[in-house]
Design a protein around this ligand. Structure first.
Ligand code: FDA
Length: 309
């Protein structure tokens, strides 16, 4: 949300053009996606994961995929997550798993997405690993919250968590309505192209809402994953945390692989839990575009890579 709204919208609209999509994906990750994506296969992700663990970062790992329209594709994603889980267990990697609801088939059928998430959670919960259900664009917010609530009928706060986006007007209400579950929530600003009818267009409002949501959640004693690269916001929240004497085991910071690595190290070196999010897989286009839209200056390095060939 650091950039003017129009430049974000422009990137989303150009990137949505099928010819652009074809061109960029044919060019492959060397156009710039490799800065944000750990690799196209599980082995590459595990290599990056081991390295980051050695540097003292716990991880959240996502197998890239979204807006799946066939039940078979969702089933393949489930199989990949189970392979990922087995590899994490075998190698003793400190990581949890992040899943997109539309990757589990939420667009096809809510029941299908629930069954797929359940299959994964049965295994992860038995292994004592956490799963984060991510939040996508606003047409899926309600369904995703329903999916989370349903999973919580079987699984605990320690097994599964959710994400709230500070740019959505509705998030303050959602936070209150979730309170009875004492959820583990990842707070983000929000990465999608949302209209002003559902999301704050101004960064200042998003930042203000972000602070309020996290503070309210921490005041209640519930666990917050503070997922942002905004150093001002991080300092503000740390001040609040210190003033209220909130213990360090009630929150963590999270940042994306490839974004502000120096800030990641600084937060780690101050003794806070700093989790790095690593995505992998061949379906990196949508993820890559969101990273460009967050910081349109990133388009510059794509163009430089293009010129270099
Ligand atoms: P902001 O955009 O204000 O950026 C702060 C500073 O960080 C910038 O000034 C710049 O220096 C740097 N920065 C930010 N983005 C950058 C980029 N792409 N390239 C280079 N520098 C950049 N969203 C969502 O809708 N659903 C979700 O489930 C998740 N999940 C998620 C997990 C984790 C671990 C993180 C860190 C983020 C998400 N997000 C997300 C993305 C989130 O909504 C948001 O789009 C990004 O984190 C960027 O916003 P910041 O909070 O960093 O602030």
């Amino acid at each position: 949300m650091a950039e003017p709204h129009w430049s974000r919208q422009l990137i989303f609209s150009v990137a949505g053009n099928p010819a652009v999509t074809r061109f960029v994906t044919r060019y492959g990750m060397r156009l710039g996606a490799s800065r944000f994506v750990a690799g196209e296969d599980l082995d590459s992700a595990l290599t990056v994961a081991r390295q980051l663990n050695q540097e003292g970062f716990p991880l959240a790992i996502q197998f890239l995929g979204e807006h799946v329209t066939r039940a078979e594709a969702a089933a393949e994603a489930v199989e990949e997550y189970l392979r990922l889980l087995a590899a994490l267990e075998e190698r003793g990697i400190d990581a949890y798993i992040s899943i997109k609801p539309s990757q589990m088939g939420l667009e096809v059928d809510e029941e299908l997405a629930y069954a797929n998430c359940r299959r994964i959670l049965e295994q992860t919960a038995a292994a004592g690993r956490f799963v984060r259900i991510e939040m996508e664009d606003s047409p899926y917010t309600e369904k995703t919250l329903r999916l989370y609530r349903r999973l919580r009928e079987t699984f605990g706060t320690r097994d599964v968590g959710i994400v709230l986006q500070a740019y959505l007007y509705r998030s303050a209400r959602d936070l209150e309505e979730l309170a009875d579950l004492h959820p583990n929530i990842r707070f983000v600003k929000g990465a999608y192209n949302e209209p002003a009818s559902v999301a704050y267009p101004d960064k200042a409002d998003v930042d203000r809402n972000y602070r309020q949501l996290v503070q309210r959640h921490l005041e209640r004693g519930d666990y917050a994953a503070i997922a942002t690269h905004d150093d001002v916001l991080i300092e503000d929240l740390l001040q609040f945390i210190e003033q209220r004497g909130i213990p360090r085991d009630r929150f963590e910071f999270q940042m994306l692989y490839g974004i502000r690595p120096q800030l990641q190290r600084q937060v780690r070196d101050r003794g806070y839990r700093m989790r790095v999010y690593i995505p992998y897989g061949r379906d990196w286009y949508g993820y890559f575009v969101r990273r460009l839209a967050e910081r349109p200056a990133n388009v510059g390095f794509v163009l430089r890579n293009l010129i270099r060939g």
